[in-house]
Design a protein around this ligand. Sequence first.
Ligand code: ZN
Length: 280
Amino acid sequence: MNRVVAGLSALAALAAAGCMTTAPTAPAVKLYALDCGSFDMQNTQMFSPNGEFNGKPGKLSDPCFLIRHPKGDLVWDAGIPFAMATPAGRTSPIMMYRSKTIAEQLEQLGLAPADIEYFSVSHSHYDHIGAANVFAGSTWIVDAAERDLMFRESTRKTTNFGYYAQLETAKTQLIEGGADYDVFGDGSVTLIAAHGHTQGHRVLLVKLPDAGAVVIAGDMWHLADSQRLRTVPANNFSKEETLASMDKVEALVRDNKARLVRQHVPEDIAALPAFPAGLE
Ligand SMILES: [Zn+2]
């Protein structure tokens, strides 16, 4: 045995005995839930055409998410537009709250919107695209069917359009044909088609080193009971596609032994580490 090999075996013995710390590894994938607003509804009947929720009040969360990966940062969803938040002192059957910007929350981690390499939304309804223009400098990853919906002539005439109009000229990664999209090429962060709520609605599968798999489910289910009852809101784009996507997302959760995060269900969000802590 030469001296180098002897030295290496001595090091190995030390390491095995727990006398050495291992070399620093690349920063791991980490998931953060950001406060991007909330709802307080007098009546949640809009979430089922069958009457199960008639007259039942409900609170809905409206988070955004940051996924940090050694190869870049992804922001998923952009919350309620500040312009749509219910003014202080006013009451409304649907109270909408939005108090913190994404930028000020990112700042707590030493980040700015300009540092975010990738931006994507579950879908383009107003409560998911409020601050989308802030990320027009990121690479926008989008389902082709959703982008088509967002920039068609009839949609351009809506107030909503203004909240994300700047994405039109963003560097864009289009996902065609309902394919899965592996953001970093290693299977850790995947955008998965779950069409039906809108034309190009998607959910996010994140595989974390310690916490395991997490499925962030967009508006697949608005209320906890929506899942049990398989209710499809009347204003969904397609009931058939929504029901098929419910099956698909539930299978995704099962197959990956994943934690399911229904974005509008406050208990699901409260169960995550409170920002600026994240899930590793
Ligand atoms: Zn929503």
